[in-house]
Design a protein around this ligand. Structure first.
Ligand SMILES: Nc1ncnc2c1ncn2[C@@H]1O[C@H](COP(=O)(O)OP(=O)(O)OP(=O)(O)O)[C@@H](O)[C@H]1O
Ligand SMILES: Cc1ncc(CO)c(N)n1
Length: 271
């Protein structure tokens, strides 16, 4: 099984390309990568961004796709409209399932997607997307809606389905709720996934890890709902057993899922 991530490098190893290939590896999937930007980053923040040219992003993508039988693709930090256009031009010619993690802002507040790139993301990538995984601020930017409660989350998800994604997961990492509740919507399905919210500062790269686990699970042949629920277990265990490295907001623990033999209770309810 081979998957591909199109994303930015996190020199600190907790998010971006590094989180993705660690997650793929832990789930038994061979990871290939198309790097869109290098970030000078650690647990204290993003200190610089060095972008790759759109043409070189396209070259990497073409090289990977012409040689490997890629079973699933995810996108993370895409940075600019030009990079999105270059990637979309190649992806449009494929029918490989695509997980779009609409990464916009790092936890420290630094921009990982230029404002001018949001329209390209919506127009060029969402119509090609199998599963879009926004957190609440990202869902607000994609839809122009303000999200305050679960009704707003459903409305925003339905709007993103209309933009062309087959499934939408609105992640609950940023709500004030007692539990970490993610809401999943397809055209004919809706369910919630709940785990207890952990009191921890070690949440750097949670979104990347979650979307990478979905991508790996799709490569392994899981159905879309199974791939999403199993990914929630992966990220919950990664948050539950922190590594305590770095002096800022530490990374999640990509070893935890296998160390705990995947044992994690996720409560799934119809929405
Ligand atoms: N403190 C927590 N305890 C348990 N689960 C959490 C916690 N924080 C986030 N999660 C879960 O982690 C996953 C990722 O959600 P989150 O909203 O944090 O993504 P994100 O903001 O895109 O992350 P990042 O941008 O840092 O990569 C979701 O399944 C969410 O419910
Ligand atoms: C490279 C990169 N991608 C995504 C994120 C979001 O967690 C980050 N901090 N850095």
């Amino acid at each position: 099984m081979i998957s591909l991530t199109i994303a930015g490098s996190d020199s600190g190893g907790g998010a971006g390309i590094q989180a993705d290939i660690k997650t793929f590896q832990e789930l038994g999937v061979f990871g290939t990568t198309v790097i869109t930007a290098l970030t000078d980053q650690n647990t204290k923040g993003v200190h610089g961004v060095f972008k790759v040219t759109p043409q070189f992003v396209q070259q990497q993508l073409s090289s990977v796709l012409e040689d490997f039988s890629i079973k699933s693709i995810k996108t993370g930090m895409l940075y600019s409209a030009e990079i999105i256009e270059a990637a979309a031009a190649v992806l449009r010619e494929q029918k490989i399932p695509l997980v779009l993690d609409p990464v916009m802002i790092a936890k420290g507040g630094e921009k990982l997607l230029q404002n001018s790139a949001v329209e390209a993301l919506i127009e060029q990538l969402l119509p090609l997307t199998t599963i879009c995984t926004p957190n609440i601020p990202e869902a607000e930017v994609l839809t122009g809606m303000s999200i305050k409660d679960s009704k707003d989350m459903e409305r925003a998800a339905r709007s993103i389905l209309q933009m062309g994604s087959d499934w939408v997961v609105i992640k609950g990492g940023h709500t004030g709720e007692k539990d970490a509740v993610d809401r999943v919507y397809g055209h004919d399905a809706a369910f919630t996934m709940t785990t207890p919210r952990k009191k921890t500062d070690h949440t750097h790269g949670t979104g990347c890890t979650f979307s990478a686990a979905i991508t790996a699970n799709i490569a392994k042949g899981y159905t879309i709902p199974e791939a999403i629920i199993e990914a929630k277990k992966f990220v919950h265990l990664a948050i539950s057993y922190p590594l305590f490295i770095g002096s800022g907001k530490g990374p999640t623990n990509h070893f935890a899922f296998n160390q705990q033999k995947g044992v994690c209770e996720v409560v799934v309810n119809e929405a």
